[in-house]
Design a protein around this ligand. Structure first.
Ligand code: 3MF
Ligand code: MG
Length: 344
């Protein structure tokens, strides 16, 4: 049985700023984060392109590769791998109208430049996964973009990554809204469909984030299951979310333990991790946390995942099958809940 490997991004430990208030904690250096991640049992780091190479817009390709090479040495020295690189196509003024689907040709070219540099960085870091969180690939004013043209532009963007490096895989992380109002790639179904429009569908798959599925009004475990059935679940961002409101990135299981249980169950039962996939976390430090406990959400998410693994292992399948045979789903519901509560 595969022992799951965990990954996390440096942005998951942050200073606490939100849309309504400034930072409330001191910054922690990248190296200190890496050191702590290793201590708490993390196996790999998730990177935005500029987490690895800050101020990359001011550097040329050779300089970007050289900086990424230094980061590789640093993570190696702590025994950590790199899981993926994600071009940050939502911070820069060039991406205020989106990246690949921006209405500005110059800004679309900038997005492609960042995507190609992300590939360069990934190669230096020794990973072959590019994650596309298509943050602003959608509309604020619906008439500003044509959804057919926008879909074609997304395909062109993905194709350019596939062509630039034949060893790279592209993992699309769907989200239905925020920061845009309407996304062109809101769910895992859209990801799977988009993959088939690209020049090499075998290298395009998905990364499913719990909170994003909930924001779309969908069930995260079922979204994962659909991607697994297509052999296209290549990454996850486990976290939690209280229904359809602002994106919360809460600790795994903090809102809906039964849903978390079902996510662990589908991953464990269907060989997730057998091809090197990570249990990625995308959980954010709560604004209220003091600096000294600003990693607690990561430790808690890992601990809950492992506790739920035990619940999956001890879930009585014969009992489940008995209830299914009788079609007594009330009994199955009660069994599942009492099992989660530890009732014998
Ligand atoms: C979005 C993501 C991330 C980060 C985001 C934080 C790959 O859900 O997974 O990007 O959470 O960039 O700023
Ligand atoms: Mg995420």
């Amino acid at each position: 049985m595969t022992k799951f490997k965990f990954s996390v991004g440096p942005w998951n430990v942050h200073e606490g700023e939100d849309a309504f208030g400034p930072a409330v904690r001191e910054s922690i250096s990248f190296e200190d984060k890496v050191k702590k991640f290793k201590e708490i049992g993390i196996d790999a780091i998730q990177f935005h392109d500029d987490d690895a190479v800050p101020e990359m817009n001011d550097l040329n390709e050779a300089q970007i590769k050289a900086r990424a090479g230094e980061v590789k040495k640093l993570i190696d020295s702590y025994g950590l791998a790199a899981e993926f690189v994600a071009p940050r196509l939502w911070m820069d003024p060039h991406t205020s109208d989106g990246g690949f689907t921006s209405n500005s040709k110059e800004d679309r070219e900038f997005a492609i430049w960042r995507a190609h540099r992300s590939v360069d960085i990934a190669k230096e870091l020794g990973c072959n996964r590019i994650v596309l969180w298509l943050a602003r690939e959608g509309t604020l004013s619906q008439e500003s973009k044509d959804p057919v043209e926008a879909t074609k532009l997304l395909v062109d963007g993905i194709n350019s990554i596939l062509k630039y490096d034949p060893s790279m895989r592209v993992l699309i992380e769907p989200k239905p809204n925020e920061p845009i109002d309407r996304s062109f790639c809101p769910t895992i179904g859209h990801v799977l469909a988009l993959a088939h429009l690209t020049s090499d569908p075998s290298r395009v798959g998905g990364l499913l984030e719990t909170a994003h599925a909930v924001l779309a009004g969908l069930d995260p475990a079922i979204e994962m299951g659909v991607a697994l059935a297509h052999k296209k679940l290549w990454g996850v961002h486990l976290n939690d979310q209280n229904s359809i409101r602002y994106d919360q990135d809460k600790s795994f299981g903090a809102e809906n333990l039964r849903s978390a249980f079902n996510q662990v169950m589908v991953l464990k039962r269907h060989g997730y991790g057998n091809n090197g996939e990570y249990i990625g976390l995308d959980v954010k430090t709560m604004r209220t946390q003091k600096l000294e406990v600003s990693y607690a959400h990561i430790e808690n998410s890992m601990a809950i995942f492992k506790l739920l693994e035990k619940k999956v292992d001890t879930f009585d399948l014969a009992k489940r099958d008995e209830f299914i045979a009788k079609r007594d789903y009330e009994a199955l519901d009660y069994y599942t809940l009492s099992h989660l509560l530890g009732v014998k």
